[in-house]
Design a protein around this ligand. Structure first.
Ligand SMILES: [Zn+2]
Length: 320
């Protein structure tokens, strides 16, 4: 058997990007399993959600958005610290870059290593990597809730923390007026989960319960298609929870019986591959996912920092 290429390093084909207008002044750009981004119009400004991996990639998204609106970007919201979602920030010329308190701390603590790790794992997303001026530093952070008045009769955009999940600092953006929820990587719609920096037990329980409690009618997950309608939203949340629960069950059983990490990986892979194996980044994510869950079950409170080197070691041990 030929060894699997490292992470997504062999995935070099551009994905089809689709810009959808979800309501008056509410936009989502989905991309066949690549990270999704969005934007919401205020009366005389824009709020952008997620920044892409490089300024050059972000400018392509902004060019498409500019076909609909020329309002300046006042707020750039970052759902969490991962490089592919934050390093394009400079392209937005935003007045304010908003994130969770923990995201600010994570960028300071491990932003540099995460940049190198993600670049190695998903080089295709880093369009012209030399255009990145440096780490993205949020300029406004919050712990629970941050409300943006959109002006006129546009209502408000509520940024909310739902607890630890995909990372220690994920936030969602909620438009009560249109019942639209930008969920970041807390929910994936027909895409595999990356849980290498996650808190599986909290995410699968209280955090997803809080996400569900918005009762959204449209949900834009971190990757995958827009979920439209209450049933599709519930299905996306249920799929995310199911993926986590299967991992907890399989990796938990191997851990409990004193098995090895490799055995845990093989059990989780076997249990998930039938339903999720064909979805974007499944093989890429699973070694990192199982490795983090193994640590979590071993009492390692905070995710160990991924470095380009550690990525390769875990990959060789589990997917090699
Ligand atoms: Zn992420």
């Amino acid at each position: 058997m030929t060894p699997k290429a490292f992470a997504s390093s062999a995935d070099l084909d551009d994905k089809q990007q689709t810009l959808e207008v979800l309501a008056d002044g509410v936009y989502a750009l989905t991309a066949d399993g690549d990270p999704n981004v969005g934007a919401v119009e205020g009366e005389d400004f824009l709020v952008c959600f997620e920044a892409m991996a490089t300024p050059v990639a972000a400018r392509e998204w902004l060019a498409r958005l500019r076909e609909h609106t020329d309002k300046p970007v006042k707020f750039l919201v970052l759902s969490h610290y991962h490089a592919v979602r934050v390093l394009g920030a400079s392209a937005f010329d935003a007045e304010v870059i908003v994130a969770h308190d923990n995201t600010r701390a994570l960028i300071a603590e491990r932003g540099r290593q995460d940049w190198e790790s993600e670049y190695g794992r998903m080089p295709r997303l880093f369009k012209e990597p030399a255009s990145i001026p440096g780490l993205t530093r949020p300029t406004a952070t919050f712990s629970d809730r941050f409300t943006i008045d959109l002006g006129g009769d546009r209502g408000e955009l509520v940024l909310a923390y739902c607890g630890r999940g995909h990372t220690e600092g994920d936030i969602v953006a909620w438009l009560p007026r249109h019942k639209v929820l930008f969920a970041g990587d807390l929910v994936e719609s027909r895409a595999a989960l990356y849980t290498g920096d996650a808190f599986h037990r909290e995410w699968a329980a209280a955090t997803l319960d809080r996400v569900a409690s918005f009762e959204a009618e449209v949900l834009i997950g971190g990757r995958g298609a827009v979920a439209r309608g209450r049933d599709a939203v519930a299905a996306a949340i249920a799929q995310t929870r199911h993926f986590l629960e299967v991992m907890l069950r399989e990796v938990g059983a191997a851990h409990e019986r004193g098995g090895t990490l490799k055995e845990a990986f093989e059990a989780a892979h076997a249990a998930l591959v039938g339903r999720y194996g064909g979805w974007p980044i499944f093989e890429h994510c699973l070694p990192f996912d199982v490795s983090r869950l193994w640590d979590e079950l071993s009492g390692v409170e905070r995710p160990v920092i991924w470095t380009a080197e550690r990525d390769r070691q875990v990959w060789a041990e589990l997917q090699g």
